[in-house]
Design a protein around this ligand. Sequence first.
Ligand code: DX5
Ligand code: ZN
Length: 217
Amino acid sequence: MGIQITPSILNADFARLGEEVARIGSADLVHVDVMDNHFVPNLTFGPTMVEALARSTDTPLDAHLMITDVDRHAPTYVEAGCASVTFHVEAAAAPVRLAREIRAAGARASMALRPATPIEPYGDLLGELDMVLLMTVEPGFGGQSFLDLVVPKIRRTRALLDAHGVECRLQVDGGVSPETIERCAEAGADTFVAGSAVYSADDPDAMIAELRGLAEG
Ligand code: DX5
Ligand code: ZN
């Protein structure tokens, strides 16, 4: 599976989101951080905003849902036009049923783990998923420092995916930058969210190219 760079719009200018997404034309996916002030101590936007964004760009959207009661809300984001929907396993009551619902509705199903959540209990679920997201910061805010303690889990997740022989992307999110992306790629990640690194760059597309080059090694 090839490398994918998926910039997060969390650090973009929310008053000009359409233009901000147009600045990252070389992105493989646009990462859309949905926060509800319950699962994480921050609040962003909901399905109406995501639907407007989906209409404004040809780049597929991945909704990263940092919300409670996610079993009930996730299908709404497929209807809103997201190509991929990521739910947190810590928030999902029935992750297998939810992954199947997301796929049946026509999107890719992705499951996220906070830094302290182990991957091992979920090995048998991997075949139900199109992507696993390992958070490399505590979710809630952009611009935090990369947590090196997650790197061994990236390695263990890659080994589990290989052992189960499933076609499933391995994504990392949080503090991904030119300084940290190579250690994620070496450990086995193939899909990289980058928020502040991309949106604080003078030329976001140039930063995407730099990250892609470093990840490809
Ligand atoms: C954090 C979000 C991330 C965030 C990444 O809770 O899930 O997607 O926007 O931002 P950076 O790359 O700045 O850590
Ligand atoms: Zn995210």
